[in-house]
Each structure stands twice: as structure tokens, then as C-alpha cells.
Design a protein around this ligand. Structure first.
Ligand code: GAL
Length: 417
């Protein structure tokens, strides 16, 4: 009995081993920070698509919304000469690694599949380096959103505020009724995500561009920027005492569960509502941060492939092709909360907030008001972004004079240039 078993076991083991070897050989390792319920559900769409293409998915998640921890892990792995096959990247980070000559050229797939015709120019600015495609964009997120609990709004007869003062008036009513006006997670990137909208609201799209993209010293240090910090200061007064360090999706859960009325966050928050079976205009409302209607602060998640050797290239190109597949772009974004990076995907199956984002994107592209998100790496290079976010989060947590904060912001930019 024993002899046969060993042979069978060996054969089976060999079988499994060879399959694992094949799978191992035919798998792609991906570093990302998509660990919340909605994020993981969306990523699963991509994993399944890769399996259908005959590739295993070696998952290397690094928890931490916004991706700071994942970017730190990546930098260490690159320094150790052990980069992953693929990495989730945002904006200027792609340019940084392309400049170091570390990213593979996706142009052969891009040309064959016609990416140039369907990906809008503000994304191509980051996904291409010196005319070569170095990253495949999965989506277009928007950061100037507010997510609200409809039951609380209906109970208190509140409609989406059109001005910042209306927002403060609504918040006072909400607090009086015993709810938390603003669910927020006290992490620097979340404070910075609010700042995207506060700057846009205080000065409009032209000012946002001048200050946070062109880094004009007068715009950074002046009275309009002080107004943006005033908004941050007032918003600080709307959060609960337990906000420090809270993860973004736990803040979203507070709005889903009716503990809090609103959250200012990118539309990855919508992915959590949808994952919880909630419907827009039934369970929750989505509207632009007051004073930013019509403008679109965007960030696009893209995957870049590192030069790790010929044997992985087929898998990396298969991943790039899977990401840019039209059907995938629809299915992934229906779950993720963002909209497709491909402009030729119909919005028919998207819910009201998704449809609004797609319609606003077209307008923003036409009148050139599609603005790279400062908080999510599409406005200024990483080195400068970090110094600016330090000023923003210190002010949000420790207060001070808004006019001084604006001056500190300009000084931080000067010092980090
Ligand atoms: C952003 C990323 C989004 C979302 C968010 C929270 O930087 O672009 O896809 O996942 O972080 O983790």
C-alpha cells in the first residue's frame, strides 16, 4: 500500500509542483494599497480577468489609504533591487520612476490597442514618459465630493449646500440634532484631500491652478489661500473627538450607519456605500463641495511595470492589456466608485453619481478645468507635495492663523524646490 501511495504522492506533488511552477512562472506580483471592502472588491475584478488570461496574481497589499505606506515599501524594495512586477501609482510618482529608467515600455500594447485615442490628455501627461507609455490607467477618481446620509438630511430638511456658509449652517443643525456633522479620518492625506476642495472653493479653478499646480508664491501666500485655511479651520470644528488616525473607510461607515451626516472624500468612498448595498438618492447623497460645482479635481490610479526581467514581461503586458480592456474598465469602475479612464466606455450602467462625474468630466475637459488632485499626486511632484501636506495637516490639527498658514505654505514650497 505505502509504495503506491508515495509514487502517487510524488506524481501528484510533481503535478502540483509543475502546475504551481507554471502558475508561479505565469503570475504577476502587484503592490497596491486597496484593502478596504470596496477597494478589494474592485481589485478582485482584475484578479479574475488575469486568471482568465492564464496568469496568477501574487498579491502584495500594503494597508494605508492614500498609499503613503505602499510608496515607502516600494522605495525600499527598489533600493534593495527587488521591485515588484507591477505597482499602483499616482501622477508624478510615475514620472519619478520613469526618469530613473526603471519602468517597462508598454507602447507595443498601447499602440496595438489604440490607447492614445481613448485616454484623455490630462492622464496621458502622467502615463507617458518622453512619448512612451509607462503606465496603464484603470480609472479617474474625483476628490471634490461630499457624501451625505440621506435619512439625516431628510429628517432635518437639509438640501445639499451650495455655499460654504450654507454648509456651516447645515452642520449646526446636524450637531443640534445629535449627529456628528463631518466624519473624518485624522491622517495627513485625508486632511490634504479636504484641502483640494477648500482651495478650489476659496479661489476657483484658475486660482487652484495658479497656487497648487504652478506654485505661484503670491497665490500660495496671499489672502485667497488664507480663506482656504479659514475653511479648513471651520471644518476642523465639525469633526468628532475620535477622528485622529481614523482610516477613511471607517469614517465612511459612520455616514453609512447614520452616526455622522457627511464626509468630504474622493469617490472611492462611494465604493464603500455600494459595497454595503446602499443606493444614491435613496440611502446617500453625493454632491460637489460647495463652491466647486463644475470643477473636477482628479486622480487616476495607474499600474506601472518594473523592468524585472524578460520572463515576466508577457505577464506584465497581459496585465496592462487587461487593465485597458473596455469591458474591464466598466466592470471595475462600477465597483470602485471611480469612472473609466477610457473615454469610450458608456455610462449607461453607472448610477447617478457616476453619471454626474462622467458628464462633468466631459465639460471639464472641454473648458480645461480638469485639475490634478494636489493631495493625490497629480498637481506637484512628490517631494514638494510632502512639504505642503505637512503645513496643511499641522494647521488642521494644531490651528493657528490662516494668514500665517498661507505664508508657511509658500515657505515650504520655496524650501522644497
Ligand atoms: C487614493 C487612490 C484611490 C483610493 C484612495 C484610498 O490615493 O487613488 O484609488 O483607493 O487612495 O485608499
Amino acid at each position: 500500500m505505502r509504495t503506491k501511495t508515495i509514487a502517487a504522492v510524488v506524481a501528484a506533488a510533481f503535478g502540483v509542483a509543475s502546475m504551481t511552477a507554471v502558475a508561479a512562472e505565469k503570475s504577476v506580483e502587484v503592490v497596491h494599497w486597496w484593502t478596504s471592502g470596496g477597494e478589494a472588491a474592485a481589485l478582485n475584478v482584475l484578479k479574475q480577468d488575469m486568471l482568465k488570461r492564464g496568469y496568477g496574481w501574487k498579491d502584495s497589499p500594503v494597508a494605508g489609504g492614500g498609499g503613503d505606506q505602499a510608496r515607502t515599501v516600494l522605495r525600499a524594495r527598489v533600493a534593495a533591487g527587488n521591485p515588484p512586477d507591477a505597482m499602483q501609482m499616482l501622477g508624478f510618482i510615475i514620472t519619478d520612476y520613469a526618469e530613473e529608467g526603471l519602468l517597462g515600455d508598454l507602447t507595443p500594447v498601447a499602440t496595438k490597442e489604440g490607447w492614445d485615442k481613448v485616454v484623455p490628455a490630462p492622464l496621458q501627461k502622467f502615463d507617458k514618459y518622453k512619448g512612451h507609455w509607462v503606465a496603464a490607467p484603470v480609472n479617474i477618481h474625483r476628490t471634490n465630493w461630499i457624501w451625505a446620509n440621506k435619512k439625516i438630511f431628510d429628517e432635518l430638511k437639509i438640501t445639499p449646500p451650495k455655499t460654504f456658509d450654507e454648509l456651516l449652517a447645515a452642520a449646526a443643525k446636524i450637531r443640534k440634532a445629535g449627529y456628528i456633522p463631518l466624519a473624518h479620518g485624522g491622517q495627513a492625506w485625508q486632511d490634504a484631500t479636504i484641502f483640494d476642495s477648500a482651495v478650489l472653493s476659496a479661489g476657483g479653478p484658475a486660482f487652484y491652478r495658479k497656487a497648487l499646480i504652478e506654485l505661484d508664491p503670491a497665490a500660495l501666500s496671499g489672502p485667497t489661500m488664507a480663506k482656504a485655511f479659514e475653511q479648513m479651520q471651520k471644518l476642523r470644528g465639525l469633526v468628532d473627538d475620535n477622528f485622529p488616525g481614523r482610516d477613511w473607510n471607517l469614517a465612511t461607515a459612520m455616514v453609512i450607519n447614520g452616526k455622522a451626516a457627511m464626509q468630504i472624500m474622493g469617490d472611492w468612498a462611494k465604493g464603500e456605500f455600494l459595497k454595503a448595498g446602499k443606493k444614491p438618492n435613496v440611502d446617500f447623497l453625493c454632491f460637489q463641495y460647495p463652491g466647486t460645482e463644475g470643477s473636477f479635481t482628479f486622480n487616476s490610479d495607474a499600474f506601472a511595470m518594473f523592468k524585472v526581467g524578460k520572463e515576466q514581461e508577457a505577464g506584465q503586458l497581459a496585465l496592462a492589456s487587461a487593465i485597458m480592456d473596455k469591458t474591464f474598465q466598466e466592470q471595475f469602475n462600477l465597483v470602485k466608485g471611480s469612472i473609466p479612464a477610457r473615454m469610450d466606455v458608456s455610462g449607461e450602467r453607472f448610477e447617478a453619481c457616476g453619471k454626474k462625474s462622467m458628464a462633468d468630466l466631459k465639460i471639464a475637459l472641454k473648458n480645461d478645468s480638469m485639475l490634478g488632485s494636489f493631495a493625490h499626486g497629480h498637481a506637484v511632484p512628490e517631494s514638494i507635495k510632502g512639504a505642503m501636506i505637512d503645513v496643511v495637516t499641522n494647521f488642521f490639527n494644531s490651528g493657528g492663523s490662516p494668514a500665517d498658514a498661507a505664508k508657511k505654505l509658500a515657505a515650504a514650497v520655496e524650501a522644497s524646490k
